[in-house]
Design a binder for this molecule. Structure first.
Ligand SMILES: Nc1ncnc2c1ncn2[C@@H]1O[C@H](COP(=O)(O)OP(=O)(O)OP(=O)(O)O)[C@@H](O)[C@H]1O
Ligand SMILES: [Mg+2]
Length: 412
């Protein structure tokens, strides 16, 4: 009886298998056509390979054993393959589950109640004179803080005027508020752009029951309150008709005669004047004041957008947005700011920067968006993108898509 040595798959067709056999005479033959039609001493590549192999020298029992081992090896490998495939499927399923769990966690975190702490609180007030609480989340450069400490100390002996310049929404007004809160001073913020007439500043005379009395304005009250901080907000927009009356208050005389009320006004000890000036987009860092003003505000703090780490912390602390999202928002804003300053490599330049105020608004709105299944960055379509003119918008949108590929919507 011939013994089956092995089955050999055909190279030309996967459905055909040849059988390599050993006859009782010890000759090895094959069922393939090449063996059948070979001339002389019959052979084929299968028998020749076999004869040259180690297997050929084995007894039929040994060949059987070898075959059993081979089959066992094949089935072991198949088992392992199956196991690997199953564990890969399981890992994939787990990764999807984990991603969904994370998204749901993020959505829940965004939906959690968090009352944004955008600004300072007012501890008490007397008309427009306020006593602000220290905003612990307000970041002040160490060097500026030390300078302002000296201003506070010197104010009792020497008149102190400090000019705060910088781009829109970078924290000029609130730096003056921080100064007041830190030193427990009362303060008043005068909006120079909206107060137009002398009477708005100094008050007016009124006749009542046959007597004429002076309605004293909050500005005068503040000037007469020791240690008061007076913020002349947007001072470069002060109407020129007011220069002559205001300037004597600001120089070393610290007094002014107000014709309309017929009184001399004298600045109380410790009063510090801050004037804020907004450097608009058309200015790229340098800012010149008229000579009379510059003369009176000989000390100037150049405010600017916060350093990256500090701005991220402000966003997280004030709005509760995750640090990862705050980081991306600040990076996006810094990309735009670099283009405004002309510092960005290549590409177009922009005329309008993104302010800290805008980032805070984006973070607050972004949380609400995330809570309802949208993305944080979708808020930019309402807080940043619409503020760019048609010609600048595409490059801002490009920066946005680069930083927030997941943001779905497009600005209209
Ligand atoms: N250094 C800072 N630390 C924390 N929050 C800040 C800081 N700077 C600005 N902000 C926040 O940004 C917002 C804008 O600040 P602020 O009103 O003082 O800016 P501004 O420079 O006076 O703006 P504008 O030029 O429009 O008057 C506020 O909500 C403020 O709390
Ligand atoms: Mg301001």
């Amino acid at each position: 009886m011939p013994t089956l040595l092995k089955k050999i798959p055909s190279k030309s067709s996967s459905s055909i298998e040849y059988e390599l056999m050993k006859g009782d005479d010890g000759v090895v033959y094959c069922t393939c056509p090449a063996w059948k039609f070979s001339k002389g001493a019959k052979s084929c590549s299968h028998t020749r390979d076999f004869m040259g192999s180690h297997e050929a020298s084995l007894s039929p029992e040994e060949v059987k054993e070898l075959k059993r081992k081979e089959e066992a090896e094949v089935s072991k490998r198949k088992g392992e393959q199956e196991k690997r495939r199953k564990s890969e499927d399981e890992a994939r399923r787990k990764a999807i589950e984990e991603k969904e769990r994370k998204l749901e966690e993020e959505r829940k975190a965004a939906a959690a109640k968090f009352v944004p702490k955008l600004s300072y609180k007012i501890l008490k007030s007397d008309r427009s004179i306020i006593w602000p609480e220290l905003d612990k989340n307000f970041h002040v450069d160490e060097r500026d803080a030390a300078f302002l400490e000296i201003v506070h100390e010197m104010s009792l002996d020497v008149p102190q005027n400090v000019l705060l310049t910088g781009p829109q929404g970078c924290g000029k007004t609130e730096l003056a508020v921080w100064f007041s809160a830190k030193n427990e001073r009362p303060m008043v913020v005068m909006n120079c752009a909206s107060i137009r007439e002398t009477r708005d500043w100094f008050g007016f005379k009124e006749a009542k029951d046959g007597t004429v009395s002076w309605h004293v304005s909050d500005f005068i009250k503040a000037i007469r309150t020791p240690n008061c901080t007076i913020v002349l907000d947007e001072f470069n927009r002060l109407h020129s008709s007011l220069h002559n009356t205001l300037y004597p208050l600001l120089d070393s005389r610290r007094q002014t005669w107000v014709e309309e009320v017929g009184e001399m006004i004298t600045v109380a000890p410790g009063v510090v004047f801050f004037a804020t000036c907004n450097i608009g987009a058309q200015h790229t860092g340098t800012f010149t004041l008229d000579a009379a003003l510059e003369d009176r505000f000989g000390q100037r703090v150049e405010c600017n957008f916060l350093p990256k780490g500090a701005e991220i912390k402000v966003l997280v602390d004030k709005t509760g947005i995750p640090e990862r999202e705050a980081t991306r928002l600040v990076e996006f804003a810094n990309d735009i700011r670099a283009k405004v300053k002309g510092e960005a490599k290549g590409g177009t330049s922009l005329t309008r920067a993104v302010s800290t105020r805008q980032l805070l608004q984006t973070a607050i709105l972004g949380r609400r968006f995330k809570a309802s299944g949208k993305e944080y960055a979708d808020a930019l379509l309402y807080t940043v993108i619409p503020y760019y003119a048609e010609d600048e918008r595409p490059s801002v949108q490009l920066l946005m898509q680069g930083k927030f590929p997941e943001a779905k919507g497009r600005a209209k």
